[in-house]
Design a protein around this ligand. Structure first.
Ligand SMILES: Nc1ncnc2c1ncn2[C@@H]1O[C@H](COP(=O)(O)OP(=O)(O)OP(=O)(O)O)[C@@H](O)[C@H]1O
Ligand SMILES: [Mg+2]
Length: 377
């Protein structure tokens, strides 16, 4: 489906809004196929009614989680399944992909939702203080412990404890954490009294925990205890369908906050946003839209696309489109095989694809040998 002009009339109903929202649910050209002609597919997206916008890309029961990609739906299905249990969930994903949002959604859909959601960022707490943050301490337990302190495990009693950046927990504390998770028991620092914890743990990390285990920087027993129900959030560049609804959502949110009326996101702008690599994922997109709304004085969103390009060039020199990466890889392989496509040592075999598939990729990506045609056999 191509993107027609999406103008929402004043008296559209929510249902109609949902139907209009399908514009964003259908296939968006992947980077691999988005060539110079793809701008025709990104015709002007205009909107009038905030409620109609809300229906685009927002998810049943997860109103603050925007996106309509299959990848995000799968994640939300997992959230629905694990939320009502007491099982530990481990959320993995690059920075800014929404791990905390998902952790809160798990709590919000659990029977513990009326109880506290307690968060601790393990990377932000100095090593010496982390143990007392987790388990608490008695007065006089160490120099400076002038009053008794309740730890996060106690504070989260009958609720959810969200341990962010769990990969940063030092080895010596990992054993103690494992004990609470397995036996539900711990002591405040400086106390011999054993306390029991009724806490549901949700952990998150943007590091590869399995790799940390193999480097012996993370205990394997703790890893397996945490990895009961893993949920992996894909980076934004792998769920391009989510970008337009996220853009519209953030435009509406910031325009409302700043008392502005922005009715239109031009097609070329949306195309540029869909094609950006977004190394900082949704957080980066959100901040960029906030800046764009500040800079917009009329009704049409005017984002500083040049700064986006500059950031892409300076911060992520490797941030090329998938199509460019694929083109480069195929070309190199063809050069290695002296443009022989078929046969045991031909480019198709080396790339692990069928000869016909390679031909169609070459055609699509515009790969040809200037002085000689690819040799078919
Ligand atoms: N699907 C989404 N819909 C709307 N907002 C989102 C979505 N995903 C993430 N966000 C927003 O993006 C920002 C970053 O999300 P979040 O803090 O959950 O990411 P994170 O994975 O925990 O990042 P980090 O690893 O850097 O801690 C937040 O403001 C969050 O509300
Ligand atoms: Mg986070």
């Amino acid at each position: 489906m191509t993107w027609g002009n999406g103008v929402l009339s004043e008296n559209q109903s929510d249902v109609e809004g949902c139907l209009t929202g399908r514009e964003y649910e259908d296939d968006i050209p992947a980077r691999a196929t988005a060539g110079p002609t793809s701008s025709a597919l990104f015709s002007t997206v205009a909107f009038r009614r905030p409620h109609a916008l809300r229906s685009k890309g927002s998810n049943d029961c997860f109103e603050d989680i925007i996106g309509s990609s299959g990848a995000l739906s799968e994640v939300l299905d997992l959230v629905r399944m694990v939320a009502p249990t007491n099982s530990t969930a481990l959320i993995e994903g690059e920075t800014g992909t929404g791990k905390e949002l998902i952790a809160r959604a798990i709590h919000g859909h659990s029977t513990r939702r009326e109880r506290p959601f307690v968060k601790l960022n393990c990377a932000a707490i100095p090593l010496g203080l982390l143990e007392s943050e987790l388990f608490g301490h008695e007065r006089g337990a160490f120099t400076g412990a002038v009053i008794r302190k309740v730890g996060r495990f106690e504070a989260a009693d009958r609720g959810t404890l969200f341990l962010d950046e769990i990969g940063d927990i030092p080895l010596e504390l990992q054993a103690k954490l494992l004990r609470v998770l397995q036996e539900g028991e711990f002591e405040r620092l400086g106390s011999t009294q054993t306390l029991r914890a009724n806490v549901r743990l949700v952990a998150a990390t943007n590091r590869d925990l399995a790799a940390l285990v193999s480097k012996k920087r993370f205990r394997s027993d703790l890893y397996y205890r945490l990895n009961v129900f893993p949920i992996t959030l894909p980076p934004l560049r792998n769920r391009l369908e989510d970008i337009p609804p996220l853009v519209l959502h953030f435009v509406r949110t910031y325009a409302d906050q700043m008392g502005k009326q922005i009715d239109e996101v031009p097609a070329g702008v949306m195309e540029a946003l869909v094609n950006h690599f977004w190394p900082g994922n949704i957080r980066e997109l959100k901040n960029f839209i906030e800046r764009s709304v500040i800079l917009t004085s009329g009704k049409v969103l005017r984002p500083p696309l040049d700064s986006l390009k500059r950031t892409a060039e300076t911060e992520s020199p490797g941030a090329i489109t998938l199509a460019d990466a694929e083109r480069e890889h195929i070309r190199k392989t063809l050069e290695q095989t002296r443009w022989v496509v078929a046969g045991d040592d031909g480019a198709a075999a080396r790339l692990g694809i069928k000869r016909s598939t390679l031909y169609s990729r070459m055609q699509k990506l515009g790969i040809s040998r200037s002085d000689r045609q690819a040799i078919p056999a």
